[in-house]
Write a protein that binds this ligand. Structure first.
Ligand SMILES: Cc1cc2nc3c(=O)[nH]c(=O)nc-3n(C[C@H](O)[C@H](O)[C@H](O)COP(=O)(O)OP(=O)(O)OC[C@H]3O[C@@H](n4cnc5c(N)ncnc54)[C@H](O)[C@@H]3O)c2cc1C
Length: 357
C-alpha cells in the first residue's frame, strides 16, 4: 500500500476460520470484507455440523504431534478469546475448560490401557500431569451419570465450545465492527482480487478460507464425511465431553444446554452429503445407550451430516504468496486448531501489508 489509507482485506468463506479471522483483523483496524457462498445465519460449512470439541490429547492418538502442539496453543487462546467474545457481544459462547473423561466397558478395558500407552509413547513423561486414571469412586465424583463403569481416564487439559452459539456471536460482532458482509456470493480467489459473477474487485490482500469450496485450488484437498446425532433428555446429565472407547467404533458425547447432547462422529472416506445412514444412527445410538440406559428414551432432535476439509496428510495447510493467503485442511480439528492458525495467518497478512507499505 503506497498511501496511508486503511488496508483492505477480503476473506472468502464465512465458516469458522473466515469468521474468526474477520473478527480478529477488524479488531486490528483493517477494512474487512467477508464473502460467503451460502447463508451466514445457517452456515452450510463443516463448522455448523461440528461438535465443538477442543481435544488435543484425545486427538493425538490418531494424529501427528503438530496437531497436539497447535491444539494446546489454541486451548489457551480460546480461554482468552471466548471471554472477549462474550464481553463484546454480551452473549455466551459456552467455552468449557473442564477436561474430558474416557471410559470403556469391562471387556474393553484394554482400550483404556492402549490409549494411555499411545499417549505416553508420543508425549513421554510430559503426559503425567494431564492424564489421570480414575477408579470407580473418582469417576463417580467427576461424572455421576457414568455409574455402570468401573474405571476411566481423565484428560484435564481438554475443552469444548458451543459452535451453535459461537458462530452467531461472531456474526453479530462482525456486523457491529462494520465488516462488509456478502452472503450468497460464491467467489474465486486470486492475488489481491476476488471475483464473482458480477466481476472482479481489488483488495490489498485476499484470504481463502473456503474449506471444501477451495477443492480446485489446493492439490489433494478432499472431504471426509462425518455424521452426528443431537438428542434431548432430562434424565442424564454429563458434566463434560465423554468418550466411549470400543474396539469397533468410538463415540463422544458432548453435553449442551437445554438437556441436549451431541453424539458423534462417524468418519467415512466419502464426499457424500446425503442424510445420515441407518447403520450410523444405530451405531451412534447404541454406543450412547451403552453410556447410560436412560439415553434410550432421549429424543433425537437433530441429525447432522457434513464433510471435513482434509489434505492428503490430514494436516492443516497454510499457503502464502503476495496478495493471497490460503488456510485450509482443518479436517476434524477446526475448533482444536482455529485460534493458533488464525494467529499465524494474521502474522502473514501483516508481513505482506508491511512489505508493500
Ligand atoms: C461431523 C463433524 C464433527 C466435527 N467435530 C469437530 C470437533 O468436535 N472439534 C473440532 O475441532 N472440529 C470438528 N469438526 C471439524 C470442523 O468442523 C472443521 O475443521 C471446520 O469447520 C473447518 O473450518 P473452515 O472454516 O476451514 O471450513 P468450513 O467450516 O467448512 O467453512 C467454509 C465456508 O466457506 C464457504 N464457501 C465455500 N466455497 C465458497 C466460495 N466459492 N465462495 C464463498 N464461500 C465459500 C462455505 O459455504 C462455508 O461456509 C467436525 C466436522 C464434522 C463434519
Amino acid at each position: 500500500m503506497a498511501d496511508n489509507r486503511t488496508a483492505s482485506i477480503a476473506i472468502a468463506g464465512g465458516g469458522l476460520m473466515g469468521r474468526l479471522l474477520a473478527w480478529r483483523l477488524a479488531q486490528a483496524g483493517l477494512e474487512v470484507s467477508l464473502f460467503e457462498a451460502g447463508d451466514l445465519t445457517a452456515p452450510g460449512g463443516a463448522c455448523w455440523t461440528a461438535a465443538g470439541m477442543i481435544s488435543p490429547l484425545s486427538e493425538l492418538v490418531h494424529s501427528q504431534r503438530a496437531i497436539f502442539d497447535l491444539g494446546m496453543e489454541s486451548l489457551s487462546l480460546w480461554a482468552d478469546w471466548a471471554e472477549k467474545l462474550e464481553a463484546q457481544s454480551g452473549r455466551p459462547v459456552n467455552f468449557r475448560n473442564a477436561g474430558s473423561v474416557l471410559v470403556a466397558h469391562g471387556k474393553d478395558r484394554n482400550e483404556l490401557q492402549q490409549f494411555q500407552r499411545e499417549l505416553q509413547a508420543k508425549l513421554g513423561d510430559g503426559i503425567d500431569g494431564d492424564l489421570r486414571r480414575l477408579d470407580r469412586t473418582r469417576l463417580q465424583q467427576l461424572e455421576p451419570a457414568l455409574e455402570s463403569f468401573e474405571q476411566g481416564l481423565f484428560l484435564s487439559r481438554e475443552g469444548d465450545i458451543d459452535n451453535r452459539r459461537l458462530l452467531p456471536v461472531l456474526l453479530d460482532l462482525l456486523r457491529r465492527q462494520g465488516v462488509r458482509l456478502h452472503e450468497h456470493t460464491e467467489v474465486e480467489c486470486e492475488s489481491c482480487a476476488i471475483s464473482d459473477r458480477r466481476g472482479r474487485q481489488p483488495f490489498d490482500c485476499v484470504i481463502d478460507c473456503r474449506g471444501l469450496g477451495a477443492r480446485h485450488s489446493i492439490d489433494g484437498l478432499r472431504g471426509v464425511r462425518g455424521e452426528v446425532l443431537v438428542v434431548e433428555t432430562g434424565e442424564v446429565q454429563l458434566q463434560r465431553p465423554v468418550r466411549l472407547l470400543h474396539p469397533r467404533y468410538q463415540l463422544y458425547a458432548v453435553p449442551r444446554s437445554g438437556g441436549r447432547t451431541v453424539i458423534g462422529a462417524t468418519e467415512i472416506e466419502s464426499e457424500d452429503l446425503s442424510p445420515i445412514s441407518v447403520r450410523s444412527t444405530m451405531e451412534l445410538s447404541s454406543a450412547l445407550y451403552a453410556l447410560h440406559p436412560a439415553f434410550a428414551e432421549a429424543r433425537i432432535v437433530e441429525t447432522r451430516v457434513n464433510c471435513r476439509p482434509a489434505t492428503m496428510d490430514n494436516l492443516p495447510h497454510i499457503h502464502s504468496e503476495p496478495g493471497l493467503v490460503r488456510v485450509n485442511g482443518l479436517y476434524r480439528h477446526g475448533y482444536l486448531l482455529a485460534p493458533a492458525l488464525a494467529v499465524r495467518v494474521e502474522k502473514l497478512v501483516s508481513e505482506q501489508l508491511n512489505q508493500v507499505a
